[in-house]
Design a protein around this ligand. Structure first.
Ligand SMILES: Cc1ncc(COP(=O)(O)O)c(C=O)c1O
Length: 398
């Protein structure tokens, strides 16, 4: 009998984030693990999808996206990010930014070429680099402010570097890369002819007056950047699977070919509704950020009150925490204790690092949830605090 699994598939595990959702369902816990909203998506966008289905836009759309959606993407990118792109030749609509990322990397990276990834990183980038045969080079984001060491980054670039993956605002850290940091990265990309592949899916979820800068808008970077985004987070539509890659025509050509043979195309009626979403007023994005900021502040306070060490995020909707002082053997043991005994699901920190030991004292919480869900989580976390106090008393500690 031949091996069931390809060597490639053996090199990575199932997603820990998605696994925690399944474990949470089993224990009927509060899911602060996987980053998806439990509140409704905007009514007008849902109505538009229903209308599109009734209008029988139910067959394959053009492989790289409906003209209407590609135009809306180009208009919004010009308005909010300051970069003008041609919707006919420089935009590819995919099944979520997940597909946009893997299609982009498969389109530009050869086996054996190096791809730079900031660590901790969104879990998918690990398997993404493996699936395209790349050698990842990890650059540490140092807590508490998640800065990177410029010298370490300079050393990572070489003739074999093909791409650098960016994610700003960042999951899991909540870091928002500054213009100066992006300029530093851009200068290295320009020097070495390296492509920036930037996942900007949280671009509108910003706190404390933080600004989002697209690296594609920096001088010289328009034609050396692939900007990835989707409707998942900005419009609370993670289940629709509509995302896109924006890149110069030379890069878009190969991306479109890979995309075509991976999925043919994203759901047609949902693309029409997505076009409407992208044309929302500016006020929509301001309200989105404000409401998330309230949830962030609430969860930060709760976590601190029950004894977590927190890293305050300035963007995206996650809070990284340090749990080393709770005395568990590692992050996975702690996360399973929290979901099984306390009823709150989180993601073990190790799933965001190339080596499990690097994330062994961390867990990530997410907060795209109704206030009532966060209140339920808060009540359960109070039980954690009580259980901890009892165990300290039993051990004769203060
Ligand atoms: C940084 C980042 N990129 C991509 C995704 C997935 O996006 P999509 O739903 O568009 O595939 C997520 C989801 O959590 C994410 O955090």
């Amino acid at each position: 009998m031949k091996s069931f699994s390809s060597d490639r598939a053996l090199k990575f595990t199932e997603s820990v984030i998605r696994e925690m959702t399944r474990v949470c369902l089993k224990h009927q816990g509060v899911n602060l693990a996987q980053g998806f909203p439990d509140f409704p998506a905007p009514t007008e966008i849902k109505e538009m999808a229903i209308q599109a289905i009734r209008a029988d836009l139910n067959q394959y759309a053009i492989t790289w996206g409906t003209p209407n959606l590609r135009q809306a993407i180009a208009d919004k990118f010009a308005l909010y990010n300051g970069v003008t792109m041609d919707p006919d030749r420089e935009i590819t609509v995919c099944c979520g930014s997940t597909e946009a990322m893997i299609a982009s990397l498969m389109a530009i990276v050869n086996p054996g070429e190096e791809v730079i990834v900031f660590e901790p990183f969104y879990e998918n980038y690990g398997p993404d680099t493996i699936l395209c045969g790349a050698n990842p080079r990890f650059i540490t984001l140092h807590e508490p402010d998640w800065h990177f060491d410029e010298k370490e980054l300079v050393r990572a670039f070489n003739r074999n570097t093909k791409a650098i993956i960016l994610n700003t605002p960042n999951n899991p850290t909540g870091k928002v890369f500054s213009r100066e940091e992006l300029q530093f990265i851009a200068d290295l990309c320009l020097k070495w002819g390296v492509f920036a592949v930037t996942d900007e899916i949280y671009e509108h979820i910003l706190y404390d007056g933080a600004n989002h800068v697209s690296i594609a808008s920096l001088p010289g970077m328009r034609d050396q950047t692939i900007t990835i985004n989707s409707i998942s987070k900005t419009y609370s539509l993670t289940g629709w699977r509509v995302g896109w890659a924006i890149a110069s025509a030379h890069l878009t050509g190969p991306i479109r070919k890979v995309h075509d043979f991976l999925t043919v195309g994203a759901p047609h009626p949902l693309q029409e509704a997505a076009a409407k979403a992208l044309r929302m007023d500016r006020a929509y994005y301001q309200t989105l950020a404000k409401e998330y900021e309230e949830r962030r502040d609430f969860l930060l306070r709760v976590l601190e009150e029950v004894g977590f060490r927190v890293y305050c995020p300035h963007g995206a909707y996650y809070i990284m925490t340090d749990v080393g002082h709770f005395g568990f053997s590692d992050d996975v043991a702690f996360a399973f204790y929290l979901v099984e005994k306390i009823g709150v699901a989180t993601v073990p920190g190790s799933s965001f690092y190339s080596q499990a030991s690097l994330g062994a004292t961390k867990v990530r919480f997410c907060f795209p949830k109704k206030m009532e869900t966060l209140l339920q989580a808060a009540a359960k976390l109070k039980n954690f605090e009580t259980a901890r106090a009892r165990s300290r008393r039993e051990k004769g500690e203060a």
